[in-house]
Design a protein around this ligand. Sequence first.
Ligand code: ATP
Length: 909
Amino acid sequence: MIDPAHPPPATDWHALDAERALAALDARATGLDESEVAERLERFGPNALPAAPPRSLLRRLGDQFHNLLIYVLLGAAVLATAIGHILDALVVLGVVLVNAAIGLVQEGRAERALDAIRKLMDPQTSVLRNGRRVRLRADRLVPGDIVLLEAGDRVPADLRLIQALGLRVEEAALTGESIPVDKQAGAVAADAALGERGSMAYSGTLVVAGHGRGVVAATGSASELGRIGNLLGSVQMLRTPLLRKMDAFSRRITGAILVAGIGLLAYAVLVTGRRWDEAFMIVVGFAVAAIPEGLPAVMTITLAVGVQRMAARHAVIRNLPAVETLGSVSVICSDKTGTLTRNEMMVVAIDAGDGSIDVQGEGYRPSGRLLTGATELDSAALQALAALARAACLCNDAELDLDEGHVQIHGDPMEAALLALAGKLGHPHERVRAANPRIDAVPFDARHRYMATLNRTPDGSCLAMLKGAPEQVLQMCRRQHAPAAARFDPADWQRRAETLAARGLRVLALAERHLPDPSGSFGATVSAGGFTLLGLVGLIDPPRGEAREAVAECRSAGIEVKMITGDHAGTAAAIARELGMHREPTVVVGAELDAMDAEALLLVARTASVFARTSPEHKLRLVQALQEDGRVVAMTGDGVNDAPALKRADVGVAMGQGGTEAAKAAAEMVLTDDNFATIVAAVREGRTVYDNLTKVIAWTLPTNGGEALVILIAVVLGLTLPVTPVQILWVNMVTAVALGLTLAFEPTEPGVMRRPPRPAGESLLQARLLWRIGFVSVLFVTAIFSMFHWAQVRQLPIEAARTMVVNTLVVLEIFYLFSVRYVHGASITWRGVLGTPAVLLGVATVTALQFAFTYVPIMQTLFGTRGLSFTDGIAIVGCGVAMLLVVEAEKWLLDRLPRSRTTAAGQGP
Ligand code: ATP
């Protein structure tokens, strides 16, 4: 029994032999039972590293003030107090505080979104509990659990290995050494260094080859990883190249505006003879008007909203810049099995040499009819298939559970389908496995495309079983099981395999070899060949319905879809046709790719749509070729060997269910449903995010520009200011947040998947956007001076004139917001007018605040405002409507100019 107060020192486990380690941990090779697990979980706690301490509220609030604009504003408040403008100082302070509070809330929101998304990525592990293999979250592990490891797994806790078959582990996370080390179950010297403890697999390291099982010796912070003080990664902040660029841009603008402000101050005092304290407040107003202080925060939120939306659609972003890249993806290279197809397999055909047999049934249920033509198989024919059924059960790692009529599968669906077939042939796998225990195995490897096991038969002899891709297995066979009299003709069998493949079936060949006295390495024995072919099986794996629609969507969005599969060319081509990828797809097989030079490769990468019998190395070469061709590539992968291609791709996409931890670690995005359609949904969201970022910029910069120009012109021409500095502060505080932020929540525009992908690396500030900023700024200035002039002509008091101007400014911003919401189409539509809940809430809030600003006495004192008449109100709203019409007309005209057509169609505003 382990005494929790004195757990055995971690250093000892590797030196104990496996039996003693099991005994010391009070464990069994068949696993713990649920009550033991519950008790140990209580005693040792979950298998998790302690989380990094969160930043304190005070610290986070403090960080909000760490910003050049805030320093300027605080300085202004101090100076305003010093010269006796207490009211102005209070307003400035109010702005600073509101800004900080909003920043804090937004940052917290973004962090929480990312945190929730990280939780979706909790690693899973395979464990034996009570003799059954189960998959569970790694944090549910307890000391004494038996963990099953295979290539691609991340070791979930410190394990004393009790079995290792070709097991190789990369321990860089712990030792810094990136060359994988061999593992075995035998004890090593007590003083062996961490990197030399071949009998241990440590938490956080990565299995790169083979498989094995081990007993959990230490979990959570008691593991070696925990001992070196590792903490759970702290929250990742939303930082992407685009945001960094915008940050730098904002900083540059801020610097330039401050310099311009000093010039303006000097000009106002020296040239136009204003009082210097008045001039100072004007310059503060100018700076606040011109600096897009809210922009970086709103852009961050826009990205966070995008990441959240993607997660809700089963696409988990691991690496934030991928959100941007997704929008410009021009090729999606996808696996077939499970991604484009459902990975719900069923054997529907057998060819054991005497013609094709149809297999009927439903799902993984081990019952169903077997027919040749219209007649059911007789017992002699069934008897002839006994050896095939045996191989199907034994050369197989899957499990099939029959639970009150429900069939549950564990492991590879294709292997589970083989177990169902054995049941239909009258050989339940439990019985076959119990009678023929496994002695050794060569695990399936996508490179050699077969798997083999060595089993002891009831008569005491040994039998090697082989299953794999037909062309591979045929090469390793020397004779056939049936028809026994005929000569073994691999070419004939190859034709039979192709006939099955042409029906879109996945084809496997099964073979066996009697080994009276196996000696030497089993792997070498298998590769020496000499097997007897038992037959072929054909499995259906129907295409996913939604994948068909997604392929069509890609076509209209200018995105090419390429299938890169390990499967047979015939099967792949049939599925590609069913998916509507191509009527006559060009298929290239891996062996042909091997023979090609770079130029030929570039050509087929461009033209072919199906790549069959490929290995992970081919994926890497294809990604490179496509990238050289200027494409932005999304590539899917699941195996440990896919990691280099995933890393290389612009957007590496790992499978969340069927994928290895190694693939997930290398990917930018993980699909929690392994579905091709999810990649396309993520691309749509990626394009939406990019659109929304352009909308945020297209709205923010002209409103800032308009406000700043009004002050600039008034000062330079020595006119009465149409708005006071504190009024400008008010407008900025109210609108930037309540209006600008609503754009982060904009839904996908219709037609977003009907334009070509955005060129990679294209700047956000396109010529058309720059034109728009200038154009709208000028419209703002014209409207404001016209309204001010109209008020003065009617001899309204200056306070009322300024109140009109401020309200005009806000109304213009509201109407311009409605125009900006549709980058690629008209805004004056029923849908456009209705807006979204976010927009309506924003507009309602701003309107309420403006009424308060205009009519509430305290606000009138604070901001120097006056109540306005109904006619003034109508005129103000009329101004907004006119502005909307002019901007829409500009949009309409520019969309029809031949030169800007591509810009309008493919890019931002
Ligand atoms: P994709 O890359 O689209 O997911 P895939 O699953 O067919 O396709 P692989 O897993 O590399 O790709 O399989 C390639 C071939 O290897 C299969 O067509 C099959 O013939 C064979 N094969 C796959 N899994 C096994 C297995 N568990 N045992 C034996 N052979 C297998």
